[in-house]
Design a protein around this ligand. Structure first.
Ligand SMILES: CC(C)(COP(=O)(O)OP(=O)(O)OC[C@H]1O[C@@H](n2cnc3c(N)ncnc32)[C@H](O)[C@@H]1OP(=O)(O)O)[C@@H](O)C(=O)NCCC(=O)NCCS
Length: 194
């Protein structure tokens, strides 16, 4: 069994059931999704706004990325519930002590502006604070990414500072903004929104 299949197998056990939202399903990513991942994330508007996606982005790059996921890192396909079509990806990387995790997401350009990133990330956050038991979630966007800033704002994150982050597509360090959402704040927010 290849390392890629082993990783996918390991990620499919232990609480990695699909997460359903009103319009989406966050399901396990399979190797069959990788051509769509490469095509959608190979768009400059996506690659340049993420830290790890190179540009251009090939199927081989997507395979290498999946193969290189860190221990404990979770990646979910954001998909349509009817036919399972891949719209984007979301996931998180836990800190070493397992108390916090950094979340990330992207949505393919044809699907922008439908509220999908917010809906998918909200479900991942709920999963992170309940099933996964994190005390806080963090996220980060490049300073020239107002769409992601708005998503993070809608999700209830609070700004914690500025930093500089490497962009594989841009091949430079770029200014970025960091955020945090504690479980306590998330609970309060959830109660208020009910
Ligand atoms: C950022 C991204 C995930 C948003 O996906 P999406 O599904 O379109 O997001 P949503 O529809 O849930 O919300 C987008 C919000 O940003 C707003 N927005 C979009 N473009 C904007 C811009 N140029 N300036 C300000 N706000 C903008 C939208 O109006 C919407 O806010 P609203 O609901 O108040 O109207 C998507 O554009 C993407 O994948 N970009 C590239 C990768 C990326 O940035 N990933 C995140 C890395 S931190």
């Amino acid at each position: 069994m290849s390392r890629l299949s082993q990783l996918l197998k390991r990620r499919s056990v232990g609480g990695h059931e699909p997460i359903r939202t009103t319009r989406l399903v966050l399901r396990q990513l399979t190797t069959d999704d990788l051509p769509d991942v490469a095509t959608l994330a190979g768009d400059w508007g996506i690659a340049s706004m993420t830290a790890r996606i190179p540009y251009p982005y090939t199927l081989a790059d997507a395979r290498q990325w999946l193969d290189g996921l860190e221990e404990g890192e979770v990646v979910r396909a954001i998909a349509t519930p009817v036919d399972g079509r891949l719209l984007g990806l979301t996931g998180y990387l836990p800190s070493r002590d397992g108390r916090r995790a950094e979340i990330g997401y992207w949505i393919g350009r044809p699907y922008w502006g439908n509220g999908y990133a917010t809906e998918a990330a909200s479900a991942l956050i709920a999963f992170g604070f309940t099933s996964a038991g994190f005390e806080a979630l963090t996220c980060c966007h490049f300073s020239d990414n107002p769409a992601s800033r708005r998503v993070i704002e809608k999700l209830g994150f609070k700004a914690t500072g500025n930093c500089s982050c490497w962009s594989e597509a841009r091949r430079i360090q770029s200014p970025a903004e960091q955020y945090e959402l504690t479980r306590r704040d998330w609970r309060q927010l959830t109660r208020r929104r009910r």
